[in-house]
Design a protein around this ligand. Structure first.
Ligand SMILES: Cc1cc2nc3c(=O)[nH]c(=O)nc-3n(C[C@H](O)[C@H](O)[C@H](O)COP(=O)(O)OP(=O)(O)OC[C@H]3O[C@@H](n4cnc5c(N)ncnc54)[C@H](O)[C@@H]3O)c2cc1C
Length: 398
């Protein structure tokens, strides 16, 4: 039997696994297609839980081989270091070995990391939530800090808010500050922000206004207001992507994010799809920013497009609308801001124990979905996951 198509998915995160498992299910009766997923860790990283892990909470062990069990997908544990778009070959470094993997269609889903190059010293002296290993380092450091030590979380976005409240709840004897150049949670509406500020007060998180201009080993410099002593500094603001695509000559924007057409294909290389944080996706209402909420439907849409092409069809444009901003405020509180398609805040806000349950559902559903994608596909509408936040909720429901 000769292969008709080899699909290689770079990145075994939320969008990469959504794409691979969806594609395997769509092509289950089609034995001339091979799917290979490449990722550096043998375990799925639940990024949505890294702030909780950093506060010392245990996380589930999710081996990727087990998530893919029964799909026929090959998992290669390694890091892609080069893409040769002429020969359609990816170089992958596995433990002590270099391997070439040829593709017919490539799905670029290698995500993003927090950008510590934004201010001097952040790279050397600040911790991040970029990986389970980094989260474990934060957890160890937090556990050994004496009472009264100062913990500084830089960045008033959702990750910063979640980390600061989580740390303050887990370690009430530490002094936790959240430093933000704008209002923390500025993307949420007034009711959600008011609830968040009540949580800051209850957990004694000090909110400091200002732009961090430098990170020192034992302090952060806040522009205009001087030095804030800091025994542990967490950097959560800004994202950057790997140069892999740009170095391969694949069209990217100024930040190195792969530019795609409405069907999620690279504008320079139609045999390459890009999804998740590593793709610059536009919708009629504006630019999609990196979230799991958008990454999973994008991955699923790429799978649908590849399957459609294989069956002689034409890929359809990706349609996506945001649905919510789910924010944990420690283990016992949360706020869910429901949104318009463009992620602007809507009227509805959920708080308290129902918000905690909702947030847990959001966090736990992706890995469950990858497993269910193997068996439930027949029950789902073929394009159900490709239509964005609102339309995509159903298939994810446990
Ligand atoms: C603490 C925290 C909380 C968050 N909470 C939410 C939330 O509540 N809701 C939400 O929607 N979003 C949330 N996000 C954002 C969300 O996690 C990301 O947007 C999402 O993970 C993006 O999915 P992705 O598939 O693009 O990237 P990822 O899930 O990061 O996957 C990318 C994968 O590619 C791998 N990779 C990297 N380089 C290579 C390479 N060269 N070769 C092969 N593989 C490679 C990585 O190791 C990783 O496994 C949160 C993020 C953080 C940090």
């Amino acid at each position: 039997m000769s292969l008709e198509l080899h699909v290689v998915v770079l990145g075994a995160g939320y969008s990469g696994l959504a794409c691979a498992t969806r594609l395997a299910r769509r092509l289950r009766a089609y034995d001339k297609v091979a799917i290979t997923v490449v990722g550096p860790s043998p375990r799925f990283t639940e990024r949505l839980r890294l702030h909780a892990q950093a506060a010392g909470h245990a996380s589930a062990d999710l081996p990727i081989e087990e998530l893919l069990d029964g799909t026929g997908i090959e998992f290669v544990c390694g890091t892609a270091t080069n893409i040769d778009t002429e020969t359609r070959r990816v170089t992958v470094e596995t433990l002590g070995q270099v391997r070439g993997i040829e593709y017919d269609t490539l799905v670029y889903a290698i995500g993003s990391v927090t950008d510590t190059a934004i201010v001097p010293g952040a790279d050397q002296h600040a911790y991040t939530l970029n990986s389970p290993q980094e989260a474990a380092r934060v957890a160890r450091k937090l556990a050994e800090l004496p009472d009264g030590s100062q913990v500084t979380v830089c960045g008033g976005g959702l990750t910063g808010i979640e980390a600061a409240t989580e740390f303050a709840e887990a370690y009430p004897a530490l002094r936790v500050s959240l430093v933000s150049s704008g209002e923390p949670g500025a993307m949420m509406g007034p009711r959600a922000r008011a609830h968040m500020h009540r949580a800051f007060g209850r957990l004694r998180v000090t909110v400091r206004s200002g732009r961090v201009t430098k990170v020192l080993p034992d302090a952060v410099e806040i522009g205009g207001t001087g030095l804030l002593p800091s025994d542990l500094t967490l950097w959560t603001t800004g994202v950057r992507v790997a140069a892999l695509a740009a170095e391969a000559g694949i069209g990217t924007d100024a930040a190195g994010v792969v530019t795609v057409d409405p069907t999620l294909r690279s504008i320079t290389h139609p045999d390459i799809y890009a999804v998740g944080d590593a793709a610059a996706i536009r919708q009629p209402w504006g630019a999609v920013h990196g979230t799991c909420q958008s990454g999973i439907p994008a991955g699923a849409h790429a799978a649908d497009s590849i399957a459609r092409e294989l069956h002689g069809g034409v890929p359809k444009p990706f349609r996506f609308g945001y649905f919510h901003q789910p924010v944990s405020l420690g283990r016992h509180d949360a706020v869910i801001q429901f949104t318009h398609h463009d992620d602007s805040p809507g009227r509805f806000v959920l708080t308290g124990k129902w918000a905690v349950r909702y947030k847990e559902w959001v966090s736990s559903t992706p890995p469950v979905t990858f497993v269910k994608m193997k068996g439930l596909f027949g029950l789902l509408r073929p394009t159900g996951m490709s239509k964005g936040g609102r339309a995509t909720r159903k298939p994810y429901r446990d």
